[in-house]
Each structure stands twice: as structure tokens, then as C-alpha cells.
Design a protein around this ligand. Sequence first.
Ligand code: BG6
Length: 483
Amino acid sequence: MAELCDRHVFVIFGATGDLTRRKLLPSLYRVVTENGVADRTAILGVSPTEMDDAAFRALAWEALEEAGFEDVDAHAWCDERLFFETIAREATDYAPLADRIRAIERDLDMPGNRAFYLALPPVAFPGVIENLGRAGLNESGGWSRLVIEKPFGKDLRTAQELNYLVHRHFDEKQVYRIDHYLGKETVQNLLTFRFANPLFETSWNRDRLEAVEITVAEDLGVGTRAGYYESAGVLRDMVQNHLTQLMTLVAMEAPSGFNADAIRNEKVQVLESISGIDPHHVIYGQYTAGEINGESVVGYLDEQGVAEGSKAPTFVGVRIDIDTWRWQGVPFFLRTGKRLPERTTQIAVTYKPAPVCIFHGKADACPISPNVVVLTLQPDEGFEVRFEVKSPGTGGVESKAMYFDYEEEFQQLPDAYQTLLFDVMTGDQTLFVRGDEVEASWRLWEPILQLDDHPVYPYAAGTWGPAATNESLALWTDEWTMR
Ligand code: BG6
């Protein structure tokens, strides 16, 4: 029996925007139908666009059709459960908004539970939060939850200011900061992999491990988002949030329970135990023209909207040392970039070599490779364990692997947004970033963000970043470990 959520109004700010159309509406439809809660949810779209309920419903039909839902039920859901309110985002608009929410609650017999989802550019966050608070929409007879899209601040100071504003009006228990990587099934599986399998967890430490590598590679370029990317760059866009989340999930200690605060406490501890990142261990790159999947693509500087001579990095490789009893001496290598040869997210955990090699003549090099666990988070979700076997008929040793393929076992995996939206509806904060956690992450990356004139090396699109990466990071081996 699926879990049910309380009856509620789900208010989307930025209801006519791209995120709502591409992600939120299709995911909301999947969430409510798959969990049998369609009659427990009313969606109220909000934006400055002049539009009525009928026009918003038509927009939603299109969005659902584009996502592959063409059935009558999807149309009926839009007609019965979707509403729209035009507000210009002035403080005075929030009283009519509150009235509209109450009217919907009255008509649909809802007890006053509300989620406010800010699918907006970050500059709009403070105004909306302030106005929600002033209009008393931060509390109600039921619950009131605030969902904030990334980026949460653009450095430590702005993140602190935003937290301060949020906490003036909302208690942390009401706040859901989105990092969509946490909604990915395979990212969540990291905790199960580690803490439900003593086989791996008992060796997940400095006694047994040599290094951890985290790769988030994208084959796409910056696309139409140069306006944002020029000031964000790769560190703000991918590392401060997604890669940092992956690192903390790999490195955290076992939580005291499987609940939001216990898990988030341990993640914060990881961030706080990193004493700093050596700037010499940070290498930036920017893609130049090249070839991806046999097609020529332009360099970053020739993308639409990119400033002449821009130094915005589109690749970063970094080495992090975590100063805890578990991790001291086990380097973490992180890399991410746009226009790399393929789209893949992988975590490779390499074990120390056998202490003594008995499989070779005195003059020969030891033929044994270390054991490796490679967790592939996308696109071919699963993991592999590499181990050594005897080559039949010879005295040789070969590396082989055991594979687990998520989709083969479980078929289709839920979309990240689907998971996160249902968690908002049911009040589970586990997969959302806590206020102190987001600040701890900015605190870690702040000194690197402040480096002036840190070199940005060119790399041809379709390659794995600047040639100097491995040497600069003092990668523990010749090549990154990939599946
Ligand atoms: C977003 C970044 O947060 O994540 C994008 O802003 C990036 O630049 C995207 O492309 C990657 O997400 P995914 O889920 O495709 O790996």
C-alpha cells in the first residue's frame, strides 16, 4: 500500500517557466498518480504572467503531452486539480494570494497544508520569502513548507544572508533546499550500499583503501545558459552542490538512524573535518572546439552569450584530503566538466594492493591489480566489483568483474524530481540540504572561489579535460578508473 500524504495545496512560483513545464508538472502528475494521491493535491501556479485557470491547464496539458502522457486522466487531472493566480510579486499581491489559497481549500475541503515551491531565478528568492512571511503564509492550521531550488547563494556570505532571511519566517523543519542529485535513486543507494553491506563497509577506511575518485562528466556544452554560467562557472554549478553531496555520502560515518537529522549531521561532520583545499590541487579547464560522438562542436568562447576572452571554467579537477581517523591518507579526487567524451557519473573506490606479491618471478613486475568497486550513478546505474582470478591453464592472473545492473533488476527508476516532490508532500527532509550543511559546503569552497587568476587551461571538446590534470592533482595512478 502506497504511503499517503496529507491533503494540501502545492503552490508553484514560476509556474510558466521552463522548470515547471519540463520537470515539475510531469513529475507531479507521476507522483500523484503512482501514489494514489491525485485527490489529495491541488496545484496552484503563480507567476506575473496574465493567465487564468483555463490557460494554465492548457499549458499543463501540453507539458504532460510532451512528457508522454496523452490519456484522458491526465487532462481530467489538469481540469480538476490545477489553478492559477497572477501576482506581480509585490507585497500587496500576497493578500489576494492567501485568499485564493483559502478559497481552493474551502472548495476542495482541504485542511490548510501548503507547500511553496520557488521555481524561480535566485534573485527572486528573497522577495518571495519575505512576502510569504509578511502575509502570514509561513504558518497555517496545518503545515507550511518552503521548497527552494538551487543555487542557494553564490558564496558563503550570500548563503548566510539567505538562510537568515529564510529563518526569520520559516523554521528549518519547514525548509526543503533542493539538490536534485539527492533525488537520484542510485545516489540514495549509496547509503544502502554502504550501511546494509558490512562486506564493503568494514573495509571502507584508510586501512584498506588507496583512493576514491568521483567523476561527473557531461557531453553537453553550456547550451543556452551562458548568461548564468558565465558568473557561476563549474565550481558553483556542479561542485559546491552535487559533487560535494556525493563526496559526503561516500565519506560519512554511519548515522545513528535512517532519518533526516541523523544523516545530515554526519554529512556536515565530513565537511567540517576537511581542513582546507590546497589551491595547487585545483585544476580548471575550459573547452575549445572539438568533436563529441563524431560531431564537431564549438568551443566555450564561441557559445552564444559568452563574453569575449571569458575565463569561466567549464572543467575542474580537485584533490581533497579528509582529516578524520577513517580517511586520513586516502585522497578523494573529484572531477567534472562539460563537453567531456560521454555523460557519466561514477564513483571508483580502489583498495590497497596485496601487501606481498607471490605471483611473479623475482625479476617480473607483480601482475596483481588492486580490487576496485565502481558505482555508476548514471546513465547505466549499477556497480561493479573488480577482482583477480587465475587464468586457466597458465600461472597468470587476470582482472575480472562482477556486475550489478539496477535497471535490469528493477526496470524503470523514478525520476529525481518525482522522489523529491513526494518527500515534500510527506514531510521527509532526508534528501534535502540543511541550512548549516549548505553553509559548510560554501565555507569549504570559498577560498577556492576567491583565488584570483587561477589558471584556466584549454581542453578540446571530447577529451577528459586539460592534459595536466592528473599530474597537478598528483593522481595516485596513471589513469582515472572508469567502468
Ligand atoms: C545542474 C547544472 O544542476 O545539473 C547543469 O546546473 C548540469 O549545468 C546538471 O547540466 C546536470 O544534472 P544531471 O542530472 O543531468 O546530471
